[in-house]
Design a binder for this molecule. Structure first.
Ligand code: UT7
Length: 316
């Protein structure tokens, strides 16, 4: 025993909406192709006055409010991201100052691409066990619009900006989230170049191979979480999938015979928001009243690294 539960969630997406028709004015594509191949209809991109830290701050404030937790009660703050405004200071450090978290709060960024929020929850569960304060803040936040290659129609249609946050609490008598995380170092399938090569930083992806990796990884990861937690898929109240492609979600839903009321897709509105995708879903589900105290949510994600992760998340 000993584990975390979510006390409250929050989210923030930029004001500016980019539709499929808007993108069709830039690259050779169309609404019909994007909708049928991905499930995406629009996405939000940051405009003037918005950036990574403004999204993080609003999402975190809203999560703290929902949880009824004061900033001074937070012992650990993790921001999962691959697109912070600055490499130094870390987004979590700037957020510490914006929120007024205590100076001895352990604040750091974590890059596991689209699996980042689940890596963050797993790390948080381990760290809060040793923290003098038992509340933590985990965010997934991205401004992917900054790293889009507007000459590559295979990737620029997919990604959006946003931030999701969760306030969690650790207690010795609570069960663990039964997290499963994995990494397979590979810079061929999905990559954002950095300083070493001097290339412009934008997302480069072999979509077909990543699709195949996802379709294999999602059920494997789900099975591992269920086994670790000692439950079956029928015991799960809600399934939350990384929103990368509606077809990947549909395949998992079909394989596990998940009824429509037990899963949720918001990819049509936001596109793929990488680390933000799972907490955006959690936050929407909480606001829709679909998540209650005691709800058990199986979340699963995958992405660049390659990385994958799953967890059985309970709500306090
Ligand atoms: O979160 C990180 C993880 N990322 C993912 O999970 C992404 C996984 N991959 C995917 O979601 C899909 O592979 C994509 C949506 C990226 C691509 O879908 P696809 O069904 O694999 O298409 P494709 O790349 O095999 O391309 C099929 C055709 C090609 O034309 P030809 O060669 O058949 O004539 C492409 O040139 O569709 C063409 N195409 C497009 N057409 C219109 C590719 N992109 C577009 C586009 N609009 N945007």
């Amino acid at each position: 025993m000993s584990g975390i539960k979510i006390r409250g969630t929050g989210r923030c997406v930029p004001q500016h909406v980019v539709t499929n028709d808007d993108i069709a004015k830039i690259v050779e594509t169309n609404d019909e192709w994007i909708t049928t191949r991905t499930g995406i209809r629009r996405r939000h991109h940051c405009a003037d006055g918005e950036n990574h830290i403004s999204l993080c701050t609003q999402a975190a404030q809203s999560a703290l409010e929902k949880a009824g937790i004061r900033p001074e009660e937070i012992g650990v703050c993790i921001v999962a991201t691959l697109t912070p405004d600055e490499l130094v200071p870390a987004a979590a450090c700037t957020l510490q100052q914006k929120l007024g978290l205590p100076e001895d709060t352990l604040c750091f960024d974590l890059n596991a691409a689209c699996s980042g929020f689940l890596f963050g929850l797993h790390t948080m569960e381990c760290l809060l066990a040793a923290s003098p304060r038992k509340f933590g803040l985990v965010l997934g936040a991205e401004v992917l619009s900054r790293i889009l290659n507007w000459e590559d129609r295979g990737t620029c249609i997919l990604f959006g900006d946003g931030a999701g946050a969760a306030v969690v609490e650790w207690r010795a008598e609570w069960p663990s989230i039964s997290a499963v995380v994995g990494t397979r170092g590979d810079n061929n399938l999905l990559r954002v170049a950095g300083v070493e090569t001097g290339e412009r930083s934008y997302i480069q992806m072999d979509g077909t191979k990543v699709f195949k990796f996802a379709v294999e990884t999602v059920p494997r990861c789900m099975d591992q979480v269920l086994t670790k937690a000692g439950i079956t898929a029928e015991d799960v109240d809600l399934f939350v999938f990384h929103q990368a492609n509606a077809r990947i979600i549909d395949l998992a839903v079909h394989k596990y015979h998940i009824p429509p009321e037990k899963y949720y897709k918001n990819i049509a509105k936001y596109g793929n928001t990488s680390a933000a995708s799972i907490p955006l879903v959690l936050s929407e589900l909480q606001d829709l009243g679909k998540i209650h105290s005691g709800s058990r949510v199986l979340a699963v994600g995958f992405g660049g690294g390659l990385t994958w992760g799953g967890a059985l998340i309970e709500f306090a």
